[in-house]
Design a protein around this ligand. Structure first.
Ligand SMILES: Cc1ncc(C[n+]2csc(CCOP(=O)(O)OP(=O)(O)O)c2C)c(N)n1
Ligand SMILES: [Mg+2]
Length: 351
């Protein structure tokens, strides 16, 4: 399976970008750049902290920031996000507080889930960001189910499900796509094809010519988009969301991109990736591509870029400092919200 057309830089004129992003295209690009830098900064800090033993686990989204930021900007508050492992930036762009997310990463007393979930598995009710299910592919059918509810309630929202290339081999992918197709549900399936399911490359995962082609077999529109091109990603998402919001059927977009980090902090890709993978992935870095375009078109210089990076670094470090100095959840919280009474009475005969 070949990736989307390789391009050295975003091949657009400013007029073409304006047409793709609308009247406030300059603000959109600069806002997207700021968020992409924030995501990149958070990933690199958290990976270092995990290595230092300060957080238990981390799954980076490095290389996938264009999709996450564009999704955060193109969706509306009515929409619902069903993430995989790498979409936390979508929640932040939609308004989830970075400090709250840092509390979650440290599993401390102010973590909205009071330390019950693995780090990197947040939920953010206020921005309709549903808790990630670690069971690969299940969010595809969860999203279709919620979309069924939205249809019944005549709600304007669209359910947006994110899942990896590997997830397209799961039972739940089949169940969710089929349900969405049969009932014409308001759901947008976003496949982030980073070309690896841990150690399994995408061409060992499926004999289908593309992942987007799978959608067509369920009667849905399936398109491939270069997931490292912020403009193309934003336009594709905005167009699909508008069609679905207007009553159109579910759609799937396959975003082709490159996993630039290990699968997670528990992985060693040196054992299975070809030696030139890292260099190939770096050549398709979505942040580099956007920043180069901004510089070539007079919208960014060294000073502005350094400022954005310094701001992101300050913001991320401050959030981490706050979370790291927060105590662990009290042991008594273990059963709160789980049982009606604070702890179940021991069974007769228990020691
Ligand atoms: C049902 C199930 N099988 C296996 C796993 C172990 N597992 C965790 S992540 C992963 C690969 C996922 O790959 P992909 O869907 O491409 O997403 P990516 O991690 O690349 O974003 C696997 C097999 C799991 N969590 N759930
Ligand atoms: Mg993958």
């Amino acid at each position: 399976m070949t990736p989307a057309a390789d391009t050295e830089r975003l091949p657009y004129t400013p007029d073409q970008v304006a047409e793709a992003l609308g009247r406030s295209w300059r603000t959109t690009l600069l806002t997207a750049h700021r968020w992409m830098v924030l995501g990149r900064t958070l990933d690199s800090r958290m990976q270092a902290l995990q290595r230092q033993g300060r957080v238990g686990f981390y799954g980076a989204a490095t290389g996938q920031e264009a999709v996450n930021v564009a999704a955060g900007l193109a969706t509306t508050p009515d929409d619902w996000i069903f993430p995989g492992l790498r979409e936390q930036l979508v929640a932040l762009v939609r308004g989830h507080d970075l400090v709250a997310y840092a509390h979650h990463l440290f599993g401390d007393a102010r973590d909205p889930a009071v330390g019950r979930n693995m780090p990197c598995h947040p939920s953010a009710r206020e921005v309709h960001y549903v808790s990630m299910s670690s069971v690969i592919g299940t969010q595809v059918s969860h999203a279709a189910g919620l979309a069924y509810g939205l249809r019944l309630r005549r709600d304007r929202g669209v359910a947006v499900a994110f899942f990896g290339d590997g997830a397209t081999s799961s039972n739940d992918f089949h169940a969710g796509m089929n349900l969405a197709g049969v009932f014409g549900l308001p759901v947008l399936f976003c496949c982030t094809n980073n070309q690896w399911a841990i150690s399994i490359p995408v061409d060992r995962q499926t004999a289908a010519p593309t992942l987007a082609s799978k959608a067509r077999e369920y009667g849905l529109d399936g398109r491939r988009v270069d997931g490292t091109d912020l403009v193309a990603v934003y336009r594709a998402l905005a167009e699909s969301l508008a069609r679905i919001r207007a009553g159109g059927p579910a759609e799937m977009i396959e975003f082709v991109l490159y996993r630039m980090t290990p699968h997670s902090s528990s992985d060693d890709p040196g054992r299975y990736q070809p030696g030139d993978w890292a260099a190939r992935a770096r050549a398709h870095d979505p942040l580099d591509r956007l920043e180069r375009w901004l510089r070539e078109n007079g919208m960014m210089d060294d000073a502005a870029s350094a400022r954005v990076r310094a701001d992101a670094d300050d913001t991320v470090r401050a959030a981490i400092r706050t979370a790291e100095s927060t105590p662990a959840p009290a042991p008594s919280t273990l059963t709160e919200g789980v049982f009606r009474d604070s702890a179940p009475a021991p069974l007769a005969g228990d020691p």
